[in-house]
Design a protein around this ligand. Structure first.
Ligand SMILES: NC(=O)c1ccc[n+]([C@@H]2O[C@H](COP(=O)([O-])OP(=O)(O)OC[C@H]3O[C@@H](n4cnc5c(N)ncnc54)[C@H](OP(=O)(O)O)[C@@H]3O)[C@@H](O)[C@H]2O)c1
Length: 365
């Protein structure tokens, strides 16, 4: 099979032939049709993100495709089925405290290395091998729409956070960093789940206005200034009532003060879900013990999503609650993998979705 291979952090992806994968028991091989390219892929591939991963690797955390072959124990999947390939792989031999990796992307701890080495290559290839539980049917789709369905990867991440925070219909949610790729997808998903009001924070006025134009009057925006107290007041003013939940998607470049501005706005008994990228010094949020106790606040981290979120998201799309047409799609063939990575970095506005089509050689050349 043809694949885009990352051989070194200082070289572009190399398009080359690799042996076809073969499924064992509990495994599935999928013909990949579309795989999303995130805006920060270039920083993963040049090593500046310091993601733990072993080279060489075929990157590509998840995608959409058709089942090529299954292991002998498959009960539902059959060749030709359209499926979503979930990159979130959890160890099967430690149910109480599983190791976690992202297929073709990264592993978290050294204990996860056996998983990373087994389910190593991701979706920037004509075929991918995945555990059967990571391959979920999405029903019949047109091949031309596969790129849009790759948006599931974007939508599922905030859906995982909203489920972790138990968002209820009618509630008021703040999406901190809501103008970004995952944050703005979180706005769409929260509205689909019935949020009564979604307060979106960001620094870019134009992007904020675009979100209101796109999603309507349940969305309120706050252009943040960097002044924590002032930004918190603006968030509370925009909510115009108690804030039930905060979903934070701020990136690693953001500050703890930006997170606190939203976190400390929640009502008594409110929930805070942290999904962003803060680390190092900025990862120490400086939340006051006494405030947390008296405000009865739940602060919870969330990484990716549970597997049950996938069929639920497919149903939300099928029901018309989520419109995949909202994304501006840019598709690249496998031979154009490096162009796709550069394009994704330069076109990271919330609606924009860059997709690699391993079923095609070149689309734009
Ligand atoms: N927990 C998980 O499972 C999970 C999964 C995927 C990604 N993530 C993380 O989620 C974070 C967001 O990813 P993304 O792809 O949505 O990023 P993104 O598209 O770059 O969005 C980040 C947004 O944050 C805002 N922002 C606020 N302060 C900023 C600052 N100081 N520097 C840069 N931007 C700032 C920017 O909007 P304005 O310019 O309008 O302020 C930007 O739109 C990343 O850290 C990523 O690693 C987490």
């Amino acid at each position: 099979m043809k694949a885009a291979v990352l051989k070194s952090f200082s070289a572009p992806l190399d398009i080359q032939d690799l042996p076809d994968p073969a499924p064992g028991t509990g495994e599935v091989v999928v013909d990949v049709v579309a795989a999303g390219v995130v805006s920060y892929a270039a920083n993963v591939f040049n090593g500046s993100r310091n993601y733990p991963l072993e080279l060489p690797i075929v990157p590509g955390p998840g995608g959409v495709g058709r089942v090529r072959a299954t292991g002998p124990d498959a009960t539902r999947l059959k060749p030709g089925d359209w499926v979503f390939i979930d990159s979130t792989i959890r160890s099967r031999d430690n149910v109480a405290n599983p190791e976690q990796i992202l297929l073709g992307w990264t592993f978290r701890t050294p204990a996860a290395l056996p998983l990373h080495r087994t389910y190593h290559h991701g979706c920037y290839a004509e075929q991918v091998l995945a555990p059967a539980e990571n391959v979920t049917p999405i029903g019949q789709i047109e091949p031309a729409d596969a790129g849009r369905w790759a948006a599931l990867g974007r939508l599922l991440v905030p859906f995982g956070g909203l489920l972790a925070g138990n968002l209820q219909a009618g509630e008021t949610l703040v999406v901190n960093g809501g103008t970004g790729g995952f944050g703005s997808a979180g706005v769409a998903v929260a509205l689909a789940m019935g949020a009564g009001r979604v307060v979106v924070t960001g620094r870019n006025q134009q992007t904020l206005e675009d979100l209101v134009a796109r999603f309507g009057r349940r969305v309120r925006t706050v252009r943040v200034t960097g002044d924590e107290t002032c930004d918190r007041q603006s968030i509370c003013d925009a909510a115009d009532g108690p804030i039930d939940m905060v979903l934070d998607f701020l990136p690693r470049e953001a500050s703890a003060a930006q997170v606190r501005a939203a976190v400390l706005s929640v009502k008594l008994g409110g929930r805070v879900i942290l999904m962003g990228g803060l680390r190092g010094e900025q990862g120490y949020l400086g939340l006051n013990y006494n405030w947390l106790m008296h405000n009865e606040t739940t602060v919870r981290g969330a990484w990716m999503y549970g597997r049950d979120a996938i069929p639920r998201m497919v149903q939300m799309v099928r029901a018309g609650l989520i419109d995949l047409g909202q994304f501006e799609l840019a598709e690249f063939g496998l031979d154009e993998a490096n162009e796709a990575v550069a394009y994704a970095a330069a076109n990271a506005r919330p609606r924009q979705l860059t997709v690699l089509r391993p079923d095609r050689g070149a689309i734009n050349r």
